[in-house]
Design a binder for this molecule. Sequence first.
Ligand SMILES: Cc1cc2nc3c(=O)[nH]c(=O)nc-3n(C[C@H](O)[C@H](O)[C@H](O)COP(=O)(O)OP(=O)(O)OC[C@H]3O[C@@H](n4cnc5c(N)ncnc54)[C@H](O)[C@@H]3O)c2cc1C
Length: 513
Amino acid sequence: MVDDEAMSDVIDLLIVGGGINGAGIAADASGRGLSVLLCEQGDLAGATSSASSKLIHGGLRYLEHWHFRLVHEALVEREILLRKAPHLIQPQRFILPHRPHLRPRWLIRIGLFLYDHLAKRGQLPASKGLPLLANENNPLKNKLKYGFQYFDCKVDDARLVVANALQAQQQGARILTRTACQSAIRQDGLWHVELEDSDTGQCQKHRAKVLINATGPWAQSFIEKQLQQQSPQNIRLVKGSHFIVKGLYSGDQAYLLQNDDDRIVFVIPFCDDFTLVGTTDTEYSGDPAAVKMDKEEESYLLQAVNECFAQQVNSNDILWRYAGVRPLCDDDSARASDISRDYILELGLGDDGSAPLLSVFGGKITTYRKLAETALEQLKPFLPQMGPNSTAQAPLVGGDIAGDSEGAYDQWLHTQAHHYPWLPRTLLTRLGRAYGSQLGEVLADATAMSDMGPCFGADLYRREVEYLLAKEWARSSEDILWRRSKLGLYFKQAEVEQLEVFIRKLTQGGLDS
Ligand SMILES: Cc1cc2nc3c(=O)[nH]c(=O)nc-3n(C[C@H](O)[C@H](O)[C@H](O)COP(=O)(O)OP(=O)(O)OC[C@H]3O[C@@H](n4cnc5c(N)ncnc54)[C@H](O)[C@@H]3O)c2cc1C
């Protein structure tokens, strides 16, 4: 069934893919006054953009590969993003234990010096060396006597995508989730695009001046299958897995462990009660949607932790595993971990020089904003009416929290505690981090806990679920428990089922979205 009504308007930009890059381009383009439609075949951030190590970082390791451009750009972006979304992105202190047989001290010092100085730092302190004293605050094995401290940032990756989609929508973009792009052809100087509702199979057709391929791990196959063209780049899919265990140690510091194979493994505090461990680099050739952590990766990460931490962990301690595939541009590196994490934007034109196709290959969450800005600059000749970029200054939805000084977020939260004295502190802390200044939208007219409705499990109440279904494109318990939040870590199976029943009832009853 085809909806001919939708044929009437020509869109400036049709974006395929609702990961961080698609959502970031939608936010930038709509802010410049362009008409935008974004389609995502599943949920927003349903693929790579919710499976990252959740860091906004320059990538200390990339210095060893001489990727100075990428590290510089990422460090600049780290500062910008920290200001744009202080609720979703926070400074994270790292300790890098020194293992003399792997890298000499002087080499690490040079690396950290460059890391401190490749871009201007605002809130984040400089790195330093420090002895690792044997006391109750040090969870590492006694053999590790010396370390280095440096700062990066951690991010709620999936919520960063949603915040960009909300930003785009507020600026007039249409966001269609569970909607796959089935085909697109150039005709009469425009893209004729067919979209299909992933649940109902219903089709709709659109015409667009520009098509953006932001399909991440599908970037090459999208060009070959949906567009029936030859891809200008070969993508190498490199799987990375993580696991979560109950908090391995107290304290808010993260660790960067050096491994005997020259790789590094992150150990990061996660959602107050847990520790996140990752990641791996394994060549992958299957369906990106079916990627899973395998036994070898699990043993590899367990071994990395057990090598350095006094407390030992095993398979039974693992509470959650997740995996994703990095869509990297093939640069002929022999080892998967050596392939550049930089992005390439490929611009292709029709025979008459019109109907541009811009494809995103590679990239980091950290560099999504800059990637979007660069993409739109490249498209300026085709969309001369576009306004200037403002994403470097404007806060993201939820991020307009007064001031960008250290402690501004805590002050803001303190004010909210006065405003909502009835909200338990732990719930306020979680909601503040998730929604930032959108908190009032979530709570709406609630003036007491009894207004929040029944609790489904952990501290998830009906009011928040209704908000997520109505305003944030959530459609399933998985969307809510594993991407809009990480409450899945606390939920029992029976509670998940109850939530599902509620979602079914509410969505069948009809909700505005
Ligand atoms: C293990 C791992 C750890 C990482 N850690 C970090 C980190 O700590 N920091 C960092 O900055 N970066 C990190 N990255 C990199 C970062 O996660 C990715 O570069 C980024 O998420 C890619 O985003 P994307 O939007 O290009 O792709 P995706 O997030 O995969 O989005 C592409 C979307 O396109 C959709 N799609 C595909 N085909 C179609 C179609 N035909 N129609 C409609 N929709 C379609 C997919 O469903 C998908 O949601 C990590 C990556 C991995 C794998």
